[in-house]
Design a protein. Structure first.
Length: 397
């Protein structure tokens, strides 16, 4: 009887130990399911296993390009106004200039310029000289096409930020001799880039100018290929521009004939523009100032734009206090449909839109705005777009 009792006690003890083991193991199994590091370290929110942190919703650049059409009566005249507001700080949005055929000279239908670059929206660009030569600075993706005049505001887009400011271009060639850095000829002043040569100027020509420097007078020209001076010769007129280089044309032939030029064959040379406009930089010289620091500053006449008291179709660019870029067109010269703005009316309206700074672009029959491949305004010449020298594009990348 005593042995039986001892046996029962032993069985109960074994059962108790086994139960305790099961309880302890169950605890560690449960703990292990949470991970021995506590909250799941792969989950930045510290959630339960199997849960994933919610990703922020993807930004659609199109949502940050706002288009508005307004029909308004201003000074008792009907006006048809189209406005684009673009946030240049949003990833995937790029505002940049474009030239006809991507060259300095020429004219091309506005819609074809936009289509070739797959632009989401666009307006006609600034003013131009004979044969489509830009009136001032153009920089596209860090490539200098033409220099600033220093007389008019330049729209500059850099590091997702837009500004309007006047720029004085300083151009020079940095010369490295074939045997190393040449301190004596390290900095050679250049008078202009991609501009008709004349007088005693020294001008650089790049492939966007065309096949030649279009010279109509004698010049001494250094041909540069891939940064190295390959040839120096005197030309009666035109010299050919290499596709992978540039020309340095000296039009003061008398000063250099029989003398050593500031560069020689074999030198490595680099064109420098100050201020620096390289990298992801876009720039486009506009017409006259309309608004500065939130105040209309436009006059009744501008030497380049002309008379500003007439009511005409107008295109303008402005920048709001928060950095938003405004591209605006107003139709004109169409009685009963849209009268057009004077310069002052345009400036006042841009202030109403929130512009802190604003400048004139080309107007008249050139005024046009495109959205998703379609004209949204009515150009003044039979409602048809015209060939222009350039445009300002809004790209969604």
């Amino acid at each position: 009887m005593k042995n039986k009792k001892n046996a029962n006690k032993s069985i109960l003890a074994i059962i108790a130990v086994l139960s305790l083991i099961l309880v302890v193991e169950g605890f560690f199994i449960l703990l292990g399911s949470r991970g021995d590091k506590g909250p799941d370290t792969d989950d930045p929110a510290g959630g339960m296993p199997g849960e994933t942190a919610e990703e922020p919703p993807a930004v659609d650049p199109k949502d940050h390009v706002k288009y508005m059409h307004r029909t308004e009566s201003i000074n008792e005249l009907k006006q048809e106004i189209n406005i684009l507001e673009i946030d240049p700080g949003v990833p995937g949005i790029k505002i940049k200039p474009a030239l006809s055929y991507d060259l300095i000279y020429g004219y091309e239908l506005f819609s074809k310029i936009a289509s070739r670059h797959n632009a989401y929206a666009a307006v006609n660009g600034g003013f131009f000289r004979d044969f489509g030569l830009p009136s001032g600075m153009v920089v596209i993706d860090g490539q200098l096409m033409s220099a600033a005049t220093g007389d008019y505001p330049v729209l500059v887009l850099r590091d997702s930020r837009a500004e309007l400011k006047e720029i004085d271009s300083e151009l020079y060639i940095v010369v490295n001799g074939s045997d190393g850095y040449d301190k004596e000829a390290a900095k050679m002043i250049i008078d202009n880039i991609n501009f008709p040569g004349g007088g005693k100027q020294t001008i650089v020509y790049t492939p966007v100018y065309g096949r030649t420097n279009r010279a109509d007078k004698r010049n001494i020209t250094a041909t540069v290929v891939e940064g190295v001076v390959k040839e120096i010769a005197e030309y009666e007129k035109e010299a050919r521009i290499p596709g992978d280089g540039m020309l340095i044309s000296f039009f003061d032939v008398a000063a250099y004939r029989g003398k050593e030029l500031p560069v020689k064959v074999g030198d490595r040379v680099e064109l420098v523009h100050e201020p620096d406009m390289t990298g992801n930089v876009q720039a486009y010289e506009c017409g006259c100032w309309l608004v500065r620091d939130g105040v209309p500053v436009v006059g009744d006449y501008d030497p380049w734009v002309g008379v500003l008291t007439n009511r005409d179709p107008r295109t303008a660019v402005g920048i709001k206090g928060d950095g938003t870029v405004i591209l605006l067109t107003v139709d004109g010269r169409q009685p009963g449909y849209s009268a057009g703005f004077t310069g002052r009316e345009l400036a006042d309206y841009l202030v109403r839109c929130g512009a802190v700074d604003a400048a004139m672009l080309d107007g008249g029959a050139s005024t046009a705005m495109l959205l998703e491949g379609k004209l949204v305004n009515r150009p003044s010449y039979k409602g048809q777009e015209r060939e222009v020298a350039g445009a300002i594009l809004v790209l969604l990348e």
